[in-house]
Structures are given as C-alpha cells and as structure tokens.
Ligand binder design. Structure first.
Ligand SMILES: Nc1ncnc2c1ncn2[C@@H]1O[C@H](COP(=O)(O)OP(=O)(O)OP(=O)(O)O)[C@@H](O)[C@H]1O
Ligand SMILES: [Mg+2]
Length: 329
C-alpha cells in the first residue's frame, strides 16, 4: 500500500540557514508518528512543506500519492493541519468560527452544521460553542484548533506541538484526545517533550539540525541503545569477591563497581542484549552466603536515547570539522 506521507531528500534553505538537509522518511496509513527534536531542528519547516505552505529548496514529498508542490489543493484536502501556535480568530465564537472555517474548506453547505456539531463533540467543546475564542483557556483553544483540523474529514492530521503551553491536566486530556483520533486518522505530530512521544506514538522520528538521526518504535530504539538498561546491585559482602561472582552470572555483559560504605559493594551491571539476569544475580549472591540489599533495573528512557543520538551526531560533526581544519592547515 502506498504510504500516507513519503518524503525524499528534502532540503530547505532560508537565507543563510539550512533548515533541512536531505530529509527522507515515510509514514504509513494508521500510524501515529512523533517528530521529535530540539528547538530549531526543522520540525515546523517539514510540516509547512508537507502542508504546501512553503516550497522545499530541493527534494520531493507526497501525501496520499499527491505531490505537495504540484498538487497542493488536493494535498490540503487530505490534511488537517494545526500549525505552531494554533492561530485562531480570537474575536469569533467557537461554533461561528468553525462554520466559517468549514466554508473555507469547501464543506458543502448542507453538511456544514452537522460537521461542526460532530467535530465539537469529538473534541469536547460543544459546551463552550457560544463562547468567544479569546476568552477560552489554552487547552480549550487547542481543542478548537483540533476541531478545525478535523472539519473536512482528512485522512491525515499534522499537529505542530499540540500540547505546548498546557497545564498537566490539559496535557493529559489533549493527549488522550490525540490517541483517540489516532484510531481513525494517520497522525504526524511534533514535540520536543519526550514522554509525549512514548505516551501517544507508535513510532518516533528524531530530527536534529535538519537531519533525521533515527526512526523506530520507542521500544526498538531502547533495544538498539543499551538493550534493557542497567541493573543496580548492592551486596553486603567482600569487595574483593563480589564483582567476580556478578561477572560470572549468565546474561551479564559487564560489571562496574562504584564506591560504597565499607562492607557494601555497589555495582552497575550491564546485561547482555535481550537478557534479564536479575534472578540469576539474586541466586548467585545468596549461594555465596552474602546479603542482597538492592536489585533494581533502570529502564533506558527515550530521554537517554535522545541525548545519546544527538550527542553522537554532534561529536561526528565536530570530527568532520577538525578534519577539514587539518586539511586546510
Ligand atoms: N522564515 C524563516 N526564515 C529564516 N530562517 C528560518 C525561517 N523559519 C525557520 N527558520 C530556521 O530554520 C531552522 C528550523 O526551524 P523550525 O521552525 O523548522 O524548527 P523547529 O524544529 O520547528 O523548532 P521549534 O521546536 O523551536 O519549533 C531554524 O534554524 C530556524 O531559525
Ligand atoms: Mg516548530
């Protein structure tokens, strides 16, 4: 089946700034994909190109098989877009605004009232439909933006930082809403908040300095980088013997001992890929006649992965720069 989004080697240069540098990725129908990257990574730029608001410098992108540049009207029919900062007409009332937007989006006159009612119910704003948008809380304004994006029944939702600036309760509500929308729509959302991706997305695309550094499920990314994370162990036993016994446990790749009070051994145990040596560690310690005081597994978080991936890239970039310098010398 044809992918919902196909991006091939996109480059975008603004005067003096390369915002995108050879970006390629695909999003399949039914996926909820999180576009993750720090400020200035190129998330909004990619989204603006996909929605036909700005042209790319080079490269190609299609949405539902239509070229975003040559066929932008057709592309917009497929996309519900909530831009960064969710610009709305703050002086209009909610239902009035949505009716106006429905007209702009060519929703047939006879269907408008029903569509507006439907999207308001879906996004939980029917109760505030007579309120002036400017007087709504941010969370509710965000919902109006989502309702707007849904008006013309698009297959694909492109949401640029949908939960930015919301309080924790509203964040949770909007995330739930997005997850729910994901049952019927393909979604590409951007964020620089890591837990957001873990909670709502089936796949993550990490972008940094206009380049894609990784694209996988949160689960696989975790496996890729340091498998299951480290197991922290604390044993009351002789510091000369404990590390050797831990090292000999099946499934253990490495043991790093850290200083602790006299009589106690702290160790960070790195498991082999796909191994979980916790029970074997417990048994080995007991067999040796020592006492186990702690046995915890620290999960690699997406945050660890993100920091690692972007640091690797920054270091590689520095190496390249050093090489260029030494060539010039
Ligand atoms: N209209 C513009 N003119 C010049 N440079 C721009 C323009 N828009 C974006 N840029 C630059 O392009 C780069 C990518 O910006 P972009 O807005 O796509 O990042 P982002 O990932 O969305 O960041 P944020 O998380 O801050 O929203 C940045 O260096 C930015 O300064
Ligand atoms: Mg942005």
């Amino acid at each position: 089946m044809q992918p919902m989004i196909k991006v091939e080697n996109l480059t975008k240069r603004y005067a003096g700034v390369t915002a995108l540098n050879g970006v390629s990725f695909e999003v399949n129908r039914g996926e909820i994909v999180g576009f993750l990257g720090p400020n200035g990574a190129g998330k909004s730029t990619t989204m603006r190109i996909l929605t036909g608001f700005i042209p790319a410098s080079t490269g190609r992108a299609t949405v539902a098989g239509c070229d975003v540049f040559d066929d932008s009207l057709e592309v917009r029919r497929h996309i519900g877009y909530m831009p960064e900062n969710n610009p709305l007409y703050v002086d209009m009332r909610v239902s009035e605004y949505l009716k106006f937007r429905a007209r702009l989006k060519d929703v047939p006159r006879s269907e408008r009232r029903e569509r507006v009612q439907e999207v308001m119910e879906k996004t939980g704003i029917a109760d505030v439909q007579k309120r002036v948008i400017g007087q709504l809380s941010k969370g509710y304004r965000q919902r109006v933006g989502l309702a707007d994006a849904l008006l013309h029944e698009p297959d694909l939702l492109i949401l640029d930082e949908p939960t930015i600036g919301l309080d924790p309760v509203q964040i949770r509500q909007v995330r739930e809403l997005i997850k729910d929308l994901g049952k019927q729509h393909t979604i590409l959302l951007s964020t620089h908040i890591l837990p957001e991706v873990e909670m709502t997305c089936n796949r993550v695309i990490i972008i940094h300095h206009g380049k894609i550094l990784a694209s996988d499920t949160p689960e696989n990314l975790r496996k890729l980088l340091h498998a299951g994370g480290v197991v922290n162990v604390e044993v009351r036993g002789p510091s000369a013997e404990v590390p050797g016994v831990l090292q000999a446990v099946p499934g253990v790749a490495a043991v790093k001992v850290t200083d602790g009070p006299v009589g106690l051994v702290h160790a960070a145990v790195e498991p082999q890929v796909d191994a979980d040596p916790r029970e074997a560690i417990y048994q080995a310690v007991v067999r040796s006649g020592w006492t186990l005081r702690e046995l915890t597994r620290s999960r690699t978080t997406l945050e660890d992965i993100f920091v690692q991936v972007t640091r690797d890239e920054d270091e590689a970039e520095e190496d390249r720069r050093d090489q260029r310098r030494s060539v010039l010398r």
